[in-house]
Design a binder for this molecule. Structure first.
Ligand code: CP
Length: 320
């Protein structure tokens, strides 16, 4: 089946997931992001690549980092940005998602950035746009249910490449609630596509999906074994909002076994970096001494997110 994100020439037309995207497409996004990084230090931080275009931010779920950095990225590309206030929009009166999209198309939207609690919602919109003949309107998935968060995956890859220079020599551990994590799925797809030496998943049985081995991931239930010789550690939040019933005895018990403390971090390589997509729960999955420590690159991830989202939007618009 053809990848709905790519057109007949293999060019990116929507960004819905990392799955199925060739290595060259990922590398092109990362290289393009690198070309935007210096903008942040210029007096005028804007380029005209999306001048005259209308980008609609449709966040049906809460967000701090993703929504804000998409808005900054679109403005730095000179787009007009419309943040639909979902709680005050007509979806609150029962309008369907696709009726909302049709109305925004009538307002000449050029791009939709969509976060939704339902896995697959951005695919539904992309398919609807195709059926309605809106081939020039692009969809970017900003996180759908537990399925995918491709721009987070890309900014994580950008961060790793920035600090470690390559993927081929790296052992990367992803730790925590992988079962409910769209970030973990996107990171695993990106790391395996970009050729990481080893990808590990560490967590309790109840929070790890059954198909990790088929995704090329080594599974550990013991932090002490799993952290040994790691170059990169990606911590994840417990996604309580997506859990059906209690999957853990308590937060303090979880922290004792799977929280990243300075003592556990010392098991990884001394120059290992610590990442977290946010929002962090200090004292649940990560100790403040680690979150604020010298090895943490968590705020660098946020800053790189602007350049990566600029890259995605400019490539979709055919300008890079
Ligand atoms: N990482 C991430 O998606 O954060 P937000 O929920 O704040 O957007």
């Amino acid at each position: 089946m053809p990848n709905p994100q790519l057109n007949a020439k293999g060019e990116l037309t929507h960004l819905l997931a990392i799955d199925g995207l060739p290595r060259e497409v990922l590398t092109h996004i990362l290289d393009t992001a690198a070309s935007f990084l210096g903008l942040a230090d210029r007096e005028v931080k804007k380029v005209p690549l999306l001048r005259g275009k209308s980008v609609f931010n449709l966040f049906f779920e809460n967000s701090t980092r993703t929504r804000t950095t998409f808005e900054i990225a679109a403005k730095r590309l000179s787009a007009d940005v419309i943040n639909l206030d979902i709680t005050r929009s007509s979806t609150a009166k029962g309008e369907t998602l696709l009726d909302t999209i049709d109305n925004l198309c009538a307002m000449h939207a050029d791009m939709f950035v969509v976060r939704h609690a339902a896995s697959g919602a951005p695919y539904l919109i992309a398919e609807h746009l195709r059926r309605m003949g809106h081939d020039d309107i692009h969809v970017v998935n900003a996180g759908d249910g537990r399925h995918a968060h491709p721009t987070q995956g890309l900014l994580d890859m950008y961060t790793i490449r920035h600090f470690k220079r390559n993927f081929e020599s790296l052992t990367v551990a992803i730790i925590g609630d992988i079962l409910h994590s769209r970030v973990a799925r996107s990171d695993i797809c990106a790391l395996t596509t970009l050729g990481a030496k080893e990808v590990r998943a560490i967590g309790p049985e109840t929070l790890l999906p059954a198909n990790l081995a088929s995704m090329g991931v080594k599974v550990y239930h013991d932090m002490e074994k799993g952290l040994r010789d790691c170059d990169v550690i990606i911590m994840l939040r417990l996604q309580n909002e997506r859990m059906n019933g209690a999957l853990l005895p308590s937060a303090s018990e979880y922290f004792r076994h799977y929280g990243l403390t300075p003592g556990k971090l010392a098991l990884a390589k001394p120059e290992a970096i610590v990442m977290h997509p946010g929002p962090m729960n200090r004292g649940v999955e990560i100790d403040s001494a680690v979150a604020d420590g010298a090895q943490a690159v968590i705020l660098d991830q946020v800053a790189f997110g602007i350049a990566v989202r600029m890259a995605v939007m400019s490539i979709l618009n055919g300008k890079k």
